[in-house]
Design a protein around this ligand. Sequence first.
Ligand code: AKG
Ligand code: FE2
Length: 379
Amino acid sequence: MATVKESYDRAKEVKQFEDSKLGVKGLVDSGITSIPRFFVLPPDALSGVRRRPNQDVVPIIDLSGVDSDLLRPTIVENVARASRELGIFQVVNHGIGVDFLERVLGAIGGFHEQPPEAKALLYRRDLYRVSFFTDLDIAPGWRDTIRMVFGLGQQDVDEIPEIIRNEVVEFDQRVTKVGEVLMGLLCEGLGVKTERLKEMTFLQQRSIFAHYYSYCPQPDLTLGTSSHTDAGGLTILFQDQKGGLQAKYGEDWVDVKPVPGALVVNIGDALQVILYKSKKFNRFCGNFDLIFVFQIVSNDEYRSAEHRVLANSSQEPRISAAVFFNPGDVDSLYGPLPELISTEKPARFRQFTFTEYRKRFMTKDLDGKSLVNYYSLSE
Ligand SMILES: O=C(O)CCC(=O)C(=O)O
Ligand SMILES: [Fe+2]
């Protein structure tokens, strides 16, 4: 049990770290050889960290035939199967060239490797501004992140640091096209019309999280990103070739192994797991406009994948860029698609608007239930 003194010390150390605005890279550059205590994770969060996981479970799906009447049904089937069984898969031949993707990661590296003063100006957690921070709450870990919003609620583009601006703006545009293709495939996999998710505004708001995983001197004591599911509907991520991203598969962790030019796709439903785990939505996730429940929309057909990133034990940084797709319309009713409900498959969740949902969470008006149980119709 943590004593009052210990938790006080933790708070103090965290505050010092936050006030420094240096992020993890700042700590590493200062020459530390052990990690601050508040980065040390409990043993159950580190399960299997030293084991060599299975490399070949997460499917790699070739999208090159999406426009072919002959090939599309097989692609739909592959995407739907991966989304039902794992909630995570990789896609190749998605239309974005590897040279461009590598340029994006290069620019992100350039941002994080600037002098500390340049980044400190952006050290904050503001959902409507560009923010640079180290996540110590939702999926804490040994990494720094710069986050930007695109589409509805977007910050002024000029606020994005020039060193990454052109690259991330184009990355957003090109990944959104891939997102549209994938949402179409996911709809067809559910047997609903291709544009269904698009019409429900699920392409209208995107957040980009550009991560930088510095060398960690004690990689067995922490993670780069703790286990979580994503707080967006669908996530599309480009990772470099260093490795470390893992997905939960049954009781095991499996590698999402780097494949040159491949994009990693996650079904996000985050909501449930994050709420159960951290029992809080903090300032970072407190904006419910940014959350939608893909699992609810698919009536539990598709599942979100629990995933994590190992702490980086090599001197070279690991860099990744994730695009989270969120609904633009927060006042419409969300719930299982009516087309998916039948007497054999009754609705598992009831409908809600995101505005109502946020209010309910903020005022804790939940009849003593967790938010997810509140909307669940089972039991
Ligand atoms: O860096 C990665 O590979 C994963 C990051 C991630 O899971 C996230 O941003 O939600
Ligand atoms: Fe994630």
